[in-house]
Design a binder for this molecule. Structure first.
Ligand code: ADP
Ligand code: ZN
Ligand code: ZN
Length: 807
């Protein structure tokens, strides 16, 4: 009985988005498994491409084998995607309409997608005999050698027994990371004898012998020896020449947190609300119930402490857990708290890691060395078995939705995985998304509430709203109301700290001619260029076009060109003039571009090396600094005017979150919100920290306008270099939709996008609002399928089945 494999090939097109059948070569029978990647011949020219095996089938001896192509070679020793992840990819394909191959690729660390060289290494418990016979006495072999010598099938078997491993060679610098250390060559008796023979003033050598005695034969790294015992490299060298010790170089897995020291923390005694939440969740863990909990708790109410204790319980049950955070670089303090509590059992996955670092973390998880994964959106694909809980912190954040194919939402996949593993999901937030809160209302999710701040002394800050249309400002500096300036002054005087936020959403600085009103546009897009002081240039945020700042008006030649809008840099300059002695830290895309810059800035601020932290919305998240007693929001409402039905919700969330940075210690906090819309409900209710009232009000607004969570939405976007082509196509699609959808569905459009022309392409959209359309996804897929010819001729068509952004 011959076996065949079903393979999804790496050709991301509609026509090839289905499994192809390949014969498995004899020597690889029983070795090729679902979830492995293989090289297969494809197409007329039998081009060699990669693919993922999704299933193995047997074929009858009577079947004709000659028509079947054969798998060329395996690319993995063991499956890189589990049965679970293979099934989840099918769910992703169905709900996001992305190609299957794209879903698979998304689940793996980047290093495994590109064609990096790889080698095979033996693991420490591999018997010498195997090293001798298979590896010619060495500890490693290149992948090519294994393949050409025909040893790959044997090695695949060894990998199944966990005796060998695959290592991707990312680049020369990153290849292997080693630490230098040393180890005694002498017995303790011999060491004692040496010590007796040393001159009393050879202090360093005495110390070295003492340390060697202490180590009792085990190895210590040079760095540790230096830090713990003050042993210099020079004396280690001496020790080597005198034959006391052996210098060793050992390969280490890169640990991105290696340079951090984490002091172990312990569980706090939970307050009664926390205890209730903890008990409900851990009950579901033990009973293996795939329930979804909404943990709605005000900022500082101790949600993270609940997560930590739930995870401790999950580990006690011998299970594993995933914790998603919006963006690791913005939430270093949260990650730190998991590291402090669980040490090396935590793997951290996020975009700022190098490819090599990410692969190492992934391997740690895959080998079962890490049982808790903390990471951003894509950590939902962590190859953990035996999940006991999935936690999504700040569940309302839009970063959980991927804005490119496959457009998945991590929350949906979390619920899918939890169902697979029969474990609970915890969605935590001070300001849950309306969709989530509405589901809790309907008891689809189980609601848990934390209504008070966790530490006795800390209280929610007092908030004031300043109406900027009539506020008194200071001379020419329009950014600050006098009131806010006085409050800053007072904090500086009291040696307390201030956080100032400049909201960049829906807001940018531009250049305008005072004489004729000309604003410099992008030549490729229907939008004005944004001023960038750091590079002294004008940039288009849509297509990346860049040009120098004009010194004359390109239209009327006047030289009265002026800058409008305020960037963080300009605010920083104003602050320096107003408070010459204040130490100011600026945190925005320009000052945080370098790896680790975020963390360094926050650390500086935490150690009170600065008085004022000025930043964009990136400072709103997760900061917990007890000495911050004033938070100022310079422009609360710039995002309110965006043509997106979620504008109020986002504004409310942001204001609540940034307000939560004040008064976390025992000193009372204050918040000042400057706005041009002082009466807007999102601003008024944020002032009162009243999420529940906001939820009720916003629900009535959504109900009135037939928006989520009362309706589901789907969005079709098409673009083409010629406007009439795309407009005509969208009207065709509209006709088809009208025929297909029920009378309940509402179709908006087609309309040009808010910025119609981007990069010389014209963009149109259709938005569908619906309650229940069981065949909608299939129909949307058929639209993509039926337009393949136009797509090959320059039409771009994309579908977002639950869009989060409408601008
Ligand atoms: P959230 O995640 O809701 O913002 P945190 O878990 O960060 O809240 O808690 C806020 C502060 O209160 C932290 O400094 C935390 O260590 C502390 N804390 C949380 N729970 C307790 C508790 N039960 N007893 C004492 N301190 C607590
Ligand atoms: Zn002009
Ligand atoms: Zn542009």
């Amino acid at each position: 009985m011959r076996k065949v494999a079903e393979v999804i090939v790496d050709v991301p097109t509609m026509q090839t988005d289905l499994p192809y059948t390949y014969l498995i070569p004899d020597e690889l029978e029983d070795k090729i498994l679902p979830g492995m990647r293989v090289i297969v011949p494809f197409g007329k020219g039998n081009r060699k491409i990669q693919g993922f095996v999704t299933a193995i089938n047997e074929i009858l001896p009577t079947e004709d084998l000659t028509a079947l192509k054969q798998i060329e070679a395996p690319m993995d020793l063991v499956p890189v995607l589990s049965k679970e992840l293979l099934e989840m990819a099918e769910e992703m394909r169905r709900t996001t309409l992305a190609f299957k191959i794209t879903c698979f690729q998304t689940m793996l660390p980047n290093v495994m997608k590109a064609s990096y060289d790889k080698k095979l290494v033996v693991r420490s418990d591999c018997p010498q005999e195997i090293m001798d016979t298979v590896f010619d006495g060495l500890a490693e072999m290149t992948w090519e050698d294994a393949q050409t010598s025909g040893k790959l099938p044997t090695i695949m078997k060894l990998r199944q027994e966990n005796l060998v491993d695959v290592v991707y060679l990312v680049n020369k610098k990153n290849r292997v990371k080693t630490i230098k250390g040393f180890q005694s060559l002498l017995t303790s008796q011999e060491l004692m004898a040496v010590k007796d023979s040393l001159k009393p003033n050879a202090k360093q050598q005495h110390l070295l012998i003492d340390v060697l005695l202490l180590l009792d034969g085990s190895m210590i790294s040079n760095k540790e020896a230096q830090e713990l015992y003050d042993i210099s490299t020079a004396v280690i060298k001496t020790g080597q020449t005198k034959g006391w010790l052996n210098i060793i170089e050992q390969e280490v897995k890169r640990d991105p947190y290696a340079n951090h020291t984490f002091k172990q923390t312990f569980a706090a005694t939970l307050n009664s609300e926390q205890q209730l939440a903890y008990e409900a969740i851990t009950h579901a863990v033990r009973e293996q119930k795939s329930e979804t909990f909404l943990l709605e708790g005000i900022t500082g109410s101790g949600k993270t402490e609940v997560y930590l204790q739930v995870i401790a319980d999950v580990l006690k049950e011998n299970k594993t857990g995933i914790v998603l955070v919006p963006e690791i670089s913005l939430t270093p303090q949260t990650v730190r708290r998991f590291k402090e509590r669980f040490g090396s059992e935590v793997a951290v996955l996020h975009s700022a890691l190098s490819v090599g670092e990410k692969y190492d973390e992934w391997r740690k998880i895959e080998h079962g060395d890490a049982k808790v994964v903390v990471g951003a959106r894509s950590a939902i694909f962590a190859p953990l078995d035996n999940l006991g809980v999935i936690i999504i912190d700040e569940e309302h954040e839009s970063t959980y939705k991927q804005e490119e194919n496959p457009r998945y939402h991590a929350r949906d996949l979390a619920i899918w995985r939890a169902n697979y593993h029969q474990c609970p999901v915890v969605l935590g937030s001070a300001t849950p998304s309306l969709e989530t809160r509405a589901r809790a209302q309907k008891k689809v999710y189980h609601m848990l509430q934390l209504t008070e701040r966790a530490t006795q002394a800390s209280r929610l800050p007092k908030t004031e709203i300043i109406n900027m249309t009539e506020a008194e400002t200071f001379g020419k500096m329009q950014t600050f109301s006098r009131h806010l300036l006085e409050k800053i002054q007072l904090r500086l005087h009291k040696k307390e700290q201030v956080v100032l936020m400049l909201n960049r959403r829906g807001y940018s600085s531009f250049v305008m001619c005072r004489d004729c009103g000309f604003v410099v546009p992008c030549p490729n897009c229907d939008i004005s260029l944004t001023l960038h002081m750091d590079s002294h240039s004008m940039k288009c945020h849509y297509c990346g076009h860049e040009e120098p700042i004009p010194n004359k008006c390109p239209d009327c030649q006047s030289n009265k060109i002026r800058y409008y809008g305020t960037g963080t840099q300009k605010v920083e300059e104003e602050l320096t003039q107003l408070f010459p002695k204040a130490r100011i830290l600026r945190m925005d895309v320009d000052t945080t571009r370098k790896k680790g810059a975020h963390e360094r800035l926050l650390e500086q601020f935490g150690q009170h090396e600065a008085d004022i932290l000025l930043g964009t919305q990136m400072i709103a998240k997760g900061l917990d600094f007890p000495n911050v007693t004033l938070v100022g929001v310079l422009n609360a409402d710039t995002a309110l005017n965006l043509p997106d039905f979620r504008a109020s919700e986002r504004t409310f969330q942001l204001l609540t979150q940034v307000s939560g940075r004040a008064g976390r210690g025992d000193k009372a906090g204050e918040v000042v919100i400057q706005t041009f819309n002082p009466d807007h409900y999102a601003i008024q209710l944020a002032k009162r920290h009243d999420y529940e009232q906001f939820f009720r009000y916003e629900m009535s607004v959504r109900h009135e306008a037939n928006y989520p969570p009362y309706y589901f939405t789907a969005q079709i976007i098409a673009s083409h270099p010629e406007e009439n082509v795309v407009a005509k196509k969208m009207y065709d699609i509209l006709l088809g939709l009208k025929e297909q959808l029920s009378a309940q569905a509402i179709i908006l459009g087609p309309t040009p996008k808010a910025v119609m022309r981007v990069n010389n392409r014209y963009f149109y959209q259709i938005v569908i609002k619906y309650k229940a359309e069981p065949h909608l996804y299939e129909y949307l897929r058929s639209i993509l399928e039926n337009n393949q010819t136009e797509i090959s001729k320059g039409l771009k068509l994309s579908v977002d089945t639950e869009p989060l952004n409408f601008v």
